[in-house]
Design a protein around this ligand. Structure first.
Ligand SMILES: *Cc1c(COP(=O)(O)O)cnc(C)c1O
Length: 380
């Protein structure tokens, strides 16, 4: 038993992915070829978007969109402090100012009822993060954006495959961004995709990711661009993963259901926001300890689980409290109390397609017994 190791995440790679990658390697065409183009077309079709532009990461996609929408110095972008840091960093890349709105504890997405009080004449966009594969309340967000003439950027990097109001999450704003890092629902190793209904916006992103080149004449550089291209190898991997996505999402849903069954009767555990929502897509399995626990208790539980070979994560460190955010913008502890309270009580449990029911029950059993031990101390 002591040698048992349960990792936090693990990609689901089959012989199909391996042979697709080998085929590209043998083809002689390693970048800007048919695989990339086909991946983009298949992605646009899958999510029901007008245009899809592949990029080298989700972060690169977010950056291209900021740039394409000409958001820069002096502009404010409203976003969530409880997210993976890239969703806010892309605002800083362009010297714009992030304006955080605290989260709704039920969805862990930014609270739409707190957006309007943060809008100023400098506000240019709402950058919403569909956290953990659970959709933000888009009707409300789109209505606010329309009323105040703001762009809506959807960070759907954790929400591949999630649906809301009959649409794929990420397709209702001005642009949506998906990511394919190995711990995401599907992977290209590294990679991302931008989608938009707006051809002009998509074309600018297409130019930006390829050194700012004119799309017709490769010798003309129209703007300052980057090398944010996705290679043919990554695209081929992505195409196979996309073809298997339905099966992948079903496996993840199954693992989430096992966790739910094993944990639902434990009063000290708050289940993830996607629980019971059939349109959610499962990215990670993030539970919260109840409010009677603090960050130290959580870290203690994580260390105990680690001793049993169970790898866990503490997502997400509040973005506003990172040193360079504090220094640049003067954020302090207490600025976003819901985010800060949730962030110190989360534990991401091992979550991947190959995880068995026995594996889930083992993790859940260890978690519950350690919580009981810590809980007794807290009650004393
Ligand atoms: C994964 C992720 C990204 C982008 O990640 P990359 O590693 O750059 O592909 C962006 N935003 C959120 C919320 C994410 O979880």
């Amino acid at each position: 038993m002591s040698s048992l190791k349960i990792p936090l995440s693990s990609p689901d790679i089959t012989e199909k992915e391996i042979s697709a990658v080998v085929r590209v390697l043998k083809s002689g065409r390693l970048s800007l070829g048919g695989e990339t183009k086909a991946f983009e077309e298949e992605w646009a079709h899958y999510v029901g978007a007008g245009h899809a532009v592949s990029v080298s990461s989700g972060t690169a996609g977010l950056h291209c969109v900021m740039r394409a929408l000409e958001i820069g110095e002096g502009d404010e972008v409203i976003t969530s402090p409880f997210s993976f840091i890239a969703s806010a960093n892309c605002i800083l890349f362009e010297k714009a100012t992030p304006v955080f709105v605290d989260i709704d504890p039920a969805t862990l997405c930014l609270d739409p009822s707190k957006i309007e009080e943060k809008i100023t004449p400098r506000t240019k966009a709402l950058l919403v993060v569909h956290l953990l594969g659970t959709a933000c309340v888009m009707d409300r967000i789109l209505a606010i954006a329309r009323q105040h003439r703001l762009y809506v950027i959807e960070d759907a990097c954790e929400a591949v495959g999630a649906m809301a109001n009959g649409c794929h999450v990420g397709t209702r704003g001005d642009a949506g961004i998906y990511a394919f890092y190995p711990n995401k629902q599907m992977t290209t190793a590294e990679g991302g995709m931008i989608v938009s209904a707006n051809r002009q916006l998509a074309d600018i992103c297409r130019s930006l990711r390829n050194q700012g080149r004119d799309l017709q004449d490769g010798n003309v550089f129209e703007r300052l661009g980057y090398n944010y291209r996705l290679s043919e190898i990554h695209a081929a991997l992505g195409r196979v993963q996309l073809s298997r996505l339905e099966q992948i999402l079903a496996k993840r849903l199954q693992v989430a259901k096992w966790y739910m069954k094993a944990l639902k009767d434990c009063e000290e555990i708050i289940l993830p926001p996607g629980t019971g929502d059939p349109s959610a897509s499962w990215f990670i399995y993030l539970i919260q300890l109840s409010k009677k626990f603090n960050g130290e208790d959580r870290n203690h539980v994580r260390r105990e689980l680690a001793k049993k070979g169970i790898e866990t994560g503490a997502y997400f460190a509040p973005i506003h409290l990172q040193r360079f955010y504090r220094e640049q913008f003067g954020f302090r502890e207490g600025d976003y109390p819901v985010t800060e309270s949730v962030a110190q009580r989360t534990i991401a449990l091992p979550f991947y397609n190959q995880l068995s029911c026995n594996g889930v029950n083992y993790v859940a059993g260890r978690l519950i017994s350690h919580l009981e031990l810590v809980g007794e101390k807290v009650n004393d």
